[in-house]
Design a protein around this ligand. Structure first.
Ligand code: BGC
Length: 254
């Protein structure tokens, strides 16, 4: 395996996914392994699951010493998780990077999941070579955001939690809200219209990219939006976190 090979792991509210990534092409070199997120999402349980997953993935790669990047749905500052919107409160203020390094016996790089997805799109996807301000949003259990300017990532923007109509708007605009409230595509698109118009007013972006699993149904809702800014689906959807975490691990090792 070349030095452009790394392992990416994406920790989510329901599943933890990982694979070996070829960073010269932005493709997966192994099957994607997925394990359920342990109930309660407590740090020690998640570390144990990631340990099992990493073993399976590195056995497939037959390369134990590849760089490992892990992404997680929280603010990540200097290796510490600083928020917990849809995960256990035990993550707040935790030295997560150190905890994983100790548990896995391997150096890792730890980042926010939307930042990983945004970085992946900037390297291998819809934001590649795009000048100016690009905002990637992931619409899933929560709303994650990555802000890029001329391809440079501004980390931890957390724009899913913008207060609109007096509420944390992730609770209205996430795909989980559509499912929970059984909203039609039209009703949900009305909420997305409000959300993206607010981002437009605040950032005057040059491009919006929409990621998360639901972006495979982009034809159902993107054409319903009326925005000044072009809005397009992400290229990597469910693998973006894995690709970006792996790419950032190598960038940070260099
Ligand atoms: C979290 C973010 C995360 C996003 C997507 C939000 O609730 O605050 O850190 O990126 O969900 O998982």
């Amino acid at each position: 395996m070349s030095s452009t090979t790394a392992i990416g792991i994406d920790i989510g509210g329901t599943g933890i996914k990982g694979a070996v990534v070829d960073l010269s092409t932005g493709t997966l070199l192994s099957d994607r392994v997925k394990l359920p997120t342990p109930k309660g999402g407590r740090p020690a349980d998640i570390v144990d699951t990631v340990k099992d997953l990493l073993k399976t993935v590195s056995d497939k790669a037959a390369a134990p010493d590849l760089p490992v990047g892990i992404c997680f749905p929280a603010i990540v500052k200097n290796g510490h998780t600083m928020s917990a919107a849809n995960v256990s409160d035990k993550w707040i203020g935790l030295a997560a990077e150190k905890l994983f390094e100790k548990g896995l016996g391997h150096p890792i790089h730890f980042v926010n999941d939307a930042d990983a997805a945004g970085y992946a799109e900037s390297q291998f996807g819809a934001a590649k070579g795009v000048p100016g301000v690009v905002i990637l949003t992931t619409l899933g259990t929560g709303v994650g955001t990555a802000l890029l300017n001329d391809g440079i990532l501004v980390p931890n923007t957390e724009l899913g939690h913008l207060q609109i109509d007096g509420v944390d708007y992730e609770t209205r605009a996430a795909y989980s809200a559509k499912e929970r409230e059984d909203l039609s595509w039209e009703k949900w698109a009305g909420r997305l219209q409000k959300y993206y118009s607010t981002l437009e007013a605040l950032f005057s972006p040059d491009l919006f990219i929409v990621g998360g699993g639901v972006s495979k149904h982009h034809q159902q809702f993107l054409p319903l939006l009326n925005l000044k800014t072009p809005i397009i689906p992400a290229v990597h959807r469910n693998n973006a976190g894995i690709l970006g975490a792996a790419a950032l691990a190598v960038k940070n090792r260099a």
